[in-house]
Design a protein around this ligand. Structure first.
Ligand SMILES: NC(=O)c1ccc[n+]([C@@H]2O[C@H](COP(=O)([O-])OP(=O)(O)OC[C@H]3O[C@@H](n4cnc5c(N)ncnc54)[C@H](O)[C@@H]3O)[C@@H](O)[C@H]2O)c1
Length: 507
């Protein structure tokens, strides 16, 4: 698809031009921010960010709610887009004045002069195309995590944020929470010493995974535009139990357990230790058998559980090993945890009910600390330390904590590119973090590459079977050039081909 690079009419100094202008240029025209004028809670139109929504159900609904909670009342839900009328119905009732589209391309073509920014909460395989198209229209962008489906897409989105000078924020709301600041203060105060290992784990997948591609093809629900839902993904028939939510388990659309929680759980070490591209990655995944010694092959679906090790060289030249585990696997219990305590409850956010989400454990030369997803609820180990250690708060907290992640982006868009900071910009953070997360998936998908071989065994005679050349090897990653240098076949997962008619991603 050719992405549209039209700009709004440059002759008018309109509200649309005002939003996103640098502070200096904005000050040169006579529209004054209403916060400075009235102080009465009234917000003049020129100070409001007009936000187009792509994906109205699921997380899209939660995102709208969080945006609208901003105490400054400086955002307007101006346009809505969804491919499924069932998922869009409630939002359309809530925002009856917002024009509604099924196809984001049509909305961008017809309406781009009427909105300033775009928020995207749709399945992962279409994040990059929508996100890049929005940036090419010079729209600020809030894009759900992970930024993309493929490593290549994440790299392009990162470069585009710089090129188009738009304010970008990934939807990893934990990045703005209090806990992230507390952890940073502990680390900088030297309480943990040099951090050498980090363990990240989650209960995901909490949807069907490690399963065969369904054989039946039910009719497409009449409310769903299947062609638009597929978007960049290769043509395939609609399958049961796919929408909403469960698309996560199919590599064609989703990014598995890592994609779902990686940015939230690997995010804290990534941000606090200033990580970039890993240098080496290794891992393993659960296997499933459908006969005696007969391994089932379900390469379309992510594994039931997996374990990945990422090696990093820190800025100070020291090594860091970062371990990821999902599907119920956890690292060893830290020896500092007493008796029979539930590790996931203390080191994460498990409440004994429903969902657990995940945890991160930092292991340093002097001490250990852990937190729940997104850096929330950090604790020092042993727990008794939390009563005695008192590190002064040196970093300002974000108003609204995780909701403040949304609000700070609105404010930054209004301030204009380069004039205010956000916690998860694509450049320098969300882009490379997404690449790390997706690097794990590259290993998991390579785990299923198999080759048929014939052998003569001294005991069993002539044998035929499969070997898996991508298993249990140490992958070397050339980050700048986006290449695995010691197992060529893995590079097929760096970048996927888009479906005919959807072009390719280029800035
Ligand atoms: N930050 C968080 O805490 C968090 C939580 C959940 C999900 N997410 C992310 O949000 C995204 C969506 O996940 P979900 O669970 O809401 O999925 P979902 O399937 O429940 O909902 C997706 C919504 O997008 C719509 N949609 C699908 N394709 C579309 C398209 N091409 N154009 C317009 N609308 C489209 C669907 O109809 C649906 O309304 C994912 O990237 C996921 O990782 C983030």
């Amino acid at each position: 698809m050719e992405t549209n690079n039209r700009k709004s009419n440059s002759n008018e100094i309109s509200r649309r031009k005002f939003v996103g202008m640098g502070a200096t240029s904005a000050a040169a025209i006579t529209i004054l921010p209403s916060f400075t004028v009235s102080g009465l809670g009234h917000v003049a139109p020129s100070d409001k960010l007009h936000l187009a929504v792509v994906g109205c159900g699921g997380e899209g609904a939660a995102d709208i709610q969080a945006f609208m909670k901003t105490p400054k009342k400086n955002v307007v839900i101006s346009h809505l887009c969804d491919v499924d009328d069932r998922m869009a119905a409630d939002r359309r009732k809530e925002y009856p004045k917002a024009p509604f589209y099924h196809d984001w391309r049509e909305m961008f073509d017809k309406e781009s002069k009427n909105f300033d920014a775009v928020t995207v909460a749709i399945p992962d395989h279409n994040h990059a195309i929508v996100g890049l198209s929005a940036m090419q229209l010079n729209k600020h962008l809030y894009l759900q995590k992970p930024l993309s489906h493929d490593i290549y897409e994440a790299r392009i989105l990162t470069q585009a944020a710089t090129k188009y000078k738009v304010v970008t924020q990934m939807g990893d709301q934990g990045a703005s929470c209090e806990g992230m600041r507390t952890l940073r203060e502990w680390i900088e105060a030297g309480i943990l010493g040099d951090i050498e290992k980090v363990f990240c784990w989650t209960d995901r997948p909490v949807w069907p995974q490690g399963i065969p591609w369904p054989k039946t093809n039910p009719p497409v629900p009449k409310e769903l535009n299947w062609d638009l839902w597929l978007g960049t993904a290769q043509q395939t028939n609609y399958i049961e139990n796919l929408v909403p939510f469960n698309w996560r388990g199919w590599w064609q659309f989703g990014t598995g357990a890592l994609g779902d929680m990686g940015c939230h759980i690997i995010g804290p070490p990534f941000k606090l230790l200033g990580l970039g591209y890993p240098t080496e990655v290794s891992g393993s995944a659960s296997t499933v058998y459908n006969g005696i010694f007969s391994e089932a092959q379900y390469p379309e679906s992510g594994p039931v559980s997996s374990s990945i090790k990422f090696k990093y060289i820190l800025k100070n030249g020291k090594n860091l090993d970062l371990y990821w585990m999902d599907g119920g696997i956890t690292p060893d219990r830290p020896i500092e945890l007493e008796g029979g305590a539930n590790m996931n409850e203390i080191l994460g956010d498990f409440t004994g009910l429903k969902d657990y989400e995940g945890s991160t454990l930092f292991v340093g030369t002097k001490g250990k600390a852990a937190c729940g997803w997104g850096g929330r609820s950090p604790v020092l180990l042993p727990l008794s330390l939390n009563k005695v250690v008192n590190v002064p708060k040196k970093y300002p907290r974000v108003d609204g904590d995780v909701d403040g992640h949304y609000w700070q982006w609105i404010d930054a868009c209004i301030a204009g590119y380069g004039n205010a900071e956000v916690d998860s910009p694509f450049e320098g953070y969300a882009g490379p973090l997404t690449e790390t997360v997706l690097m794990g998936n590259l290993i998991l998908r390579s785990f299923n590459i198999r080759e048929k071989v014939k052998r003569t065994d001294p005991v069993y005679g002539d044998m035929e079977g499969f070997v898996f050349p991508g298993r249990y090897i140490n992958y070397k990653w050339d980050g700048p050039n986006m290449r695995i240098t010691n197992f060529e076949q893995a590079n097929q997962f760096v970048r996927r081909e888009y479906r005919k008619g959807w072009g390719e991603l280029k800035i």
